[in-house]
Design a protein around this ligand. Structure first.
Ligand code: KG4
Ligand code: ZN
Length: 335
């Protein structure tokens, strides 16, 4: 059997990334060029700056990827590119670059949903067994996704307001931490204790949906009330209390959904999957459930990258899915 090489492209937010994956599971090359430093002073991603950086970086990222793999586009069986969701100007840079290469070299083109990519990061670590449940937690998404087979995604729960990562970033800003704040809160939380009695927002009985905006407001109110009374906040403890609230609800709902849907695996996905508190809470919870295997990708595959896009793209490619040269970027694409 001939090997399948898929070239992945990711430009939906603030990472310009390309990768080559062999047979859907093996990383041959993986290059990520981050723009975080350019956005830091604005406290968030500035869409125009993101697009411009992608344009400046994408060719050298492609060249470095081919060099790392010691391959040329002649060896590539498919181009997999993130077509949404994300910032439209940023998406279009990757989509157009993908289309240009597909056209120039006569390579099939496959558009990939960014969240499908995050989920398939797990396949670079271990083979997936179905049915499975994925907890997707990133800067833009918080979803519980049920998969009965490859390429089939059913969203059984999602956030009704802020994404988990968004809540992390906003709380970090309240505590005057740099952007993106998730990793800083994570580090602070490890040095503190859950002393602030913040709410656990569970919504209606039986719901797999999430809500984090009330929790975020509770943190902001705690800080303001302390300021008014002239009291000092203990940032480590506030970070630990916030993280405990997020992690408790995420763990609880994931465990309940895994049991209700009788899944074989639970896959953690998205940038917030890098969170140490969340990792250890899920590891602890699932160590007590023998029938369910918990998969957590390494940190480098949790945040945005193109290896995950190529991994998901390989499955779509093998299922015969193709996109034409009229493919567009879709900022609000559904899974
Ligand atoms: O998946 P990702 O790289 O980009 C999106 O698709 O959104 O996720 C970025 C998000 C940011 O909100 C960032 O603060 C959060 O992931 N994040 C973390 C950690 N590392 C990254 N949140 C909590 N703890 C972390 N260790
Ligand atoms: Zn992402």
């Amino acid at each position: 059997e001939k090997d399948t090489f898929v070239f992945g492209i990711e430009t939906s937010c603030d990472e310009t990334a390309a990768a080559i994956i062999k047979n859907g599971t093996e990383i041959v090359a993986n290059v990520v060029s981050s723009q975080i430093e350019s956005h830091k002073r604005f406290g968030g991603v500035v869409p125009e700056i993101a697009s411009r950086h992608h344009v400046e970086q994408i060719i050298s990222v492609f060249e470095e990827t081919l060099e790392q793999a010691e391959l040329t586009f002649q060896h590539i069986d498919a181009i997999a590119v993130t077509k949404g969701p994300g910032l439209v100007g940023a998406l279009l840079v990757g989509v157009n670059a993908g289309k240009a290469i597909a056209f120039a070299h006569g390579i099939p083109l496959v558009g990939v949903h960014h969240i499908a990519g995050h989920i398939y990061a797990n396949r670079l670590v271990q083979e997936m067994s179905f049915p499975l449940l994925s907890l997707v937690v990133s800067g833009g998404h918080t979803e519980l996704v049920y998969m009965k087979e490859h390429g089939s995604f059913e969203v059984i729960g999602e956030t009704r307001d802020d994404a988990a990562g968004e809540a992390y970033d906003k709380v970090a800003r309240t505590l005057n931490l740099p952007y993106p704040g998730g990793p800083y809160i994570d580090r602070l939380a490890a040095e503190g204790n859950d002393t602030y009695a913040l709410p656990r927002i569970r919504l209606e009985e039986g719901s797999f949906d999430f809500s984090f905006s009330g929790l975020k407001s509770a943190v902001i109110n705690t800080v303001h009330n302390a300021e008014q009374r002239g009291e000092e906040i203990i940032p480590e403890n506030l970070a630990a209390s916030f993280q405990a609230s997020v992690v408790d609800v995420l763990t609880e709902k994931t465990v309940r959904a895994a049991k209700e849907y009788g899944v074989k695996q639970v896959l953690l996905a998205g940038g917030v999957a890098a969170n140490k508190g969340l990792r250890s809470s899920l590891e602890h919870a699932f160590s007590e459930i023998d029938q369910v295997e918990l998969l957590i990708p390494p940190l480098s595959l949790c945040t945005d990258n193109a290896a995950m896009i190529a991994a998901a793209g390989t499955v779509l490619f093998e299922q015969g899915k193709r996109d034409g040269l009229d493919m567009n970027g879709h900022p609000g694409l559904d899974l």
